[in-house]
Design a protein around this ligand. Sequence first.
Ligand SMILES: Cc1cc2nc3c(=O)[nH]c(=O)nc-3n(C[C@H](O)[C@H](O)[C@H](O)COP(=O)(O)OP(=O)(O)OC[C@H]3O[C@@H](n4cnc5c(N)ncnc54)[C@H](O)[C@@H]3O)c2cc1C
Length: 388
Amino acid sequence: MKTLILRGKKAMRKNFRNKSINDTFIKEANCSAVVVGASLSGLMTGIALSRAGLKVTILERAGAKPRSGAVLQVDSGEIDRTKTAKFLRKLASGGIRSAEAWSSIQFRLRTEAEADSRIDLRYDKRVQIVNQDENSAWVVTDKGETFHGDILIGADGHRSIVRRYVSPHKPNATFAGYLIWVAIVDEKDIPEKHRPSLNAPKFTMPDGIGDFLLGSIIAGADGSTALGDRRLGWAWYDNTQNDLLRRLGCVEGDVVQYSLHAPDIPEQTLIELAEKASDRWAQPWLDAILHSIQTRNLIGTPIAEYVPENLVKGRIAIVGDAAHLPTPLTASGFNASLQDASTLAECVAKGIQGTGASEALLEYESFRLKNARQIVQSGQSFSQSFGR
Ligand SMILES: Cc1cc2nc3c(=O)[nH]c(=O)nc-3n(C[C@H](O)[C@H](O)[C@H](O)COP(=O)(O)OP(=O)(O)OC[C@H]3O[C@@H](n4cnc5c(N)ncnc54)[C@H](O)[C@@H]3O)c2cc1C
């Protein structure tokens, strides 16, 4: 039945090659979408849907204050070459860079979304209820406000409330048995003699007695790549903190509840981490890690994984980490989120009136589900051997 509803994969692929969103722009500008979550995936989805002609409301539970995050590799994995994908990649990466601070990517996407008159970006809106009927889909926030759209997209991350609606038989991502300590350090904060040379590799994975460390060198916050102006991002995979994570409530049962933020990390844990770092890691990563520990500028993210069985229910779909959650070692979450956004926009651009809404979303699912499952599964053998 599903194949009958879909408009033909071959024809669609041909469409993708020959037509851009601008050619297939939805004529009725009163079609609308609600997107839950204004992190990277939600912003990219909102921008892509707006370019497809929809009015978009993006709802984010956090406040408008800028947040920080890890270093991301923005150009890894299979590259989607549609016009929208190219646009989003250029926007997110700032042109040429392959590694970027989460905060820089988020800033560019947010600036674009805020400048777009078809996008209404709202902060401090925590979605609690998700529902739909034959005419629309809607959410209700914790303050009782209701937002309707022709379609509703969940870009609300690893503990997605929209996923619970779309996939009630498989609502939760599963704890993978380890965490990643992450931080970004200004190069000027480590001794000059340990700063990497200008031609040092941008990514490195030094040996470390059974643990994994990913080091990356990125431009400074002002974009400068001069010696002393750059930043060092590090991500240390650690499978020895599971008892602590459970004791502090970061992990309950098999479900990750939240990350371990710097103020909550016990002093003794930091002391042990600094000792372990001194045994394991060479410069400049050792100095970068010790500086992060001394200044409590690090975060412990318990890693969860989610292999989706479906991405859509009626007028409601999931994208990004809500839809597929791979271990960060795959470096594929961002790229997959970008492909979700551009594919979704291409599918809805042909029209979402009446039953067109659920047909377009089913088409999106038919293009993305296999890839979404594969990227998560590609990291699971690592998690099974490293996680505890
Ligand atoms: C340490 C680390 C390193 C990584 N490295 C890479 C890499 O090198 N390459 C790569 O491609 N990917 C990487 N990733 C993955 C990548 O960061 C994500 O896949 C990508 O950012 C997409 O995330 P997202 O927007 O879907 O989810 P999130 O960033 O989790 O955003 C979800 C948003 O939804 C909001 N929200 C949640 N619930 C609600 C609600 N009820 N109501 C309203 N708003 C809500 C949240 O506040 C949040 O803003 C890494 C991830 C981590 C943790």
